[in-house]
Design a protein around this ligand. Structure first.
Ligand code: HEM
Length: 419
């Protein structure tokens, strides 16, 4: 994994081992150096940061911007969304990020998350009923995949009739078919049209859902003096409101951020339980232990192995390596969460360890906004699954299981089980 003398310190490392066996490969990289040159998922060169302390402080470093405008020409050629979807929190720095996040936090309250507890439990039981009737199932296709999409549809207030299309578009975005790139573009176009229409409907007829509340936050603020406030210098600045694009891209981000990671976490956590029957029995007996177990599952197999790419606004040093302004920087959450300097015996699944400060849900101002929902959903999903099927076991040899082969996500392609 190390750069060779011939290739020089700036030559990108070969990412194949990171795709084939990420934990072993990250362990080797952490040993070899704090920061490595890599070809990122967008095919462009980037710096990969591997050690816990560096990743944690970089996640909260205001000199690392999420705004692509800080990328030097050529350092970012990743996928771009239509402008109406680009105005999202994960492309923003303060002060825009502060304003939008504060408005969303006002609508995405603990009460709203708690209100989803009962519907999540009901949906989980319905999916398990359908699985039980068949006698065997793929946990990903039958359970981990459908559950989060229903939860997000409930959260945003997507009507029943539109949910089938919604799922098809989402799948086209998350598992793009490389032989048919137009499908992804079409799915994005369809989704943008869908959200635009949904927002218009909710504006006319608000419901008890997050989207209606986000619209209300906007309309309320707009009604209070066109949303323009004066700052201390007396200059006009955008006030407390969401623009139409921010509203649309928020809905899109919540779907995107909330769906894929949760599917992967429920899948890999189920596999961890099958691999550790004693821990599974303990959770069945003591469901009160589920919350810490869920945090250990996400430390052990972080569903989002890389944070969103960041761009230094000035030259800076990470782990002793000088990184020029504008270069793409990838922070490895997966590697940080298995750094033995912070988590001793990091490959061992141990819900009793000190889990404070794990980075699976990020850190700093962009810390996961849906953290409470993600935890609650995974706890309910795992609790319901293991109590329904005490004899749950793999339906294929362990060695046949495959993870998605990407740097961006850590999740199983399928998880066939029987009971
Ligand atoms: C297991 C599930 C989840 C994981 C592992 C996860 C992980 C993360 C991480 C690591 C970040 C920070 C990214 C960065 O700084 O580069 C993040 C941000 C975010 N997440 Fe999650 N997430 C999960 C579920 C959810 C859910 C269910 C929602 C909403 C329904 C959600 C909404 C968001 C949003 C809106 C942001 C952006 C926050 C900001 O920029 O201020 N996530 N998530």
């Amino acid at each position: 994994m190390q750069n060779t003398a011939e290739s020089g310190p700036d030559a990108p490392i070969d990412v194949t081992p990171l795709l084939d066996d990420p934990h072993t490969a990250y362990a080797a990289l952490r040993e070899a150096g704090a920061v490595h040159r890599i070809t990122g998922p967008d095919g462009q060169p980037a710096w990969l940061v591997t050690r816990y302390d560096d990743v944690r402080s970089a996640l909260a470093d205001p000199r690392l911007s999420l705004d692509k405008r800080h990328a030097t020409q050529g350092s970012y050629r990743g996928f771009s969304l239509p402008p109406a979807l680009e105005a999202n929190l994960l492309n923003m720095d303060p002060p825009d990020h502060t304003r939008v996040r504060r408005l969303v936090a006002r609508a995405f309250t603990t009460r709203r998350v708690e209100a989803l507890r009962e519907p999540i439990g009901r949906t989980a039981e319905e999916l398990l009923d359908a699985m039980e009737a068949r006698g065997r199932a793929d946990v990903i296709a039958a359970y981990a995949g459908p559950l989060p999409i229903v939860v997000i549809c409930d959260l945003l207030g997507v009507p029943e009739g539109a949910r089938r299309d919604f799922r098809a578009w989402t799948d086209a975005l998350i598992s793009p078919d490389p032989t048919r790139p137009h499908l992804m573009k079409e799915a994005i176009g369809a989704m943008l049209a869908f959200f635009t229409a949904l927002i218009a409907t909710k504006r006319a007829e608000p419901g008890d859902d997050l989207l209606s509340e986000l619209i209300a936050v906007r309309e309320e603020a707009a009604a209070e003096g066109e949303g323009l406030d004066q700052d201390v210098s007396g200059a006009d600045r955008p006030g407390d409101r969401l623009t139409e694009d921010e509203l649309t891209s928020l809905a899109f981000l919540i779907l995107f951020a909330g769906y894929e990671n949760t599917v992967h976490l429920i899948g890999t956590a189920t596999l961890a339980l099958l691999d550790h029957p004693a821990q599974c029995d303990r959770l069945r007996r003591e469901p009160g232990e589920l919350p810490s177990a869920v945090d250990e599952f996400m430390r052990h197999e972080s569903p989002g192995p890389l944070a969103i790419r960041r761009f230094p606004t000035e030259d800076l040093t990470i782990g002793g390596v000088r990184i020029p302004a504008g270069d793409a920087v990838l922070l490895s959450i997966a590697s940080a969460n298995r750094d033995p300097e912070r988590f001793p015996e990091p490959g061992t699944l141990d819900p009793d360890r000190d889990l404070s400060g794990h980075l699976a849900l990020g850190h700093g101002i962009h810390r996961c906004l849906g953290a409470a929902l993600a935890r609650m959903e995974t706890e309910i999903a795992l609790g319901a699954l293991i109590s329904r099927f005490p004899g749950l076991r793999l339906d294929v040899p362990r060695a046949d299981l495959r993870h998605r082969r990407t740097l961006r996500a850590r999740g199983l392609i399928s998880l066939p089980v029987t009971w």
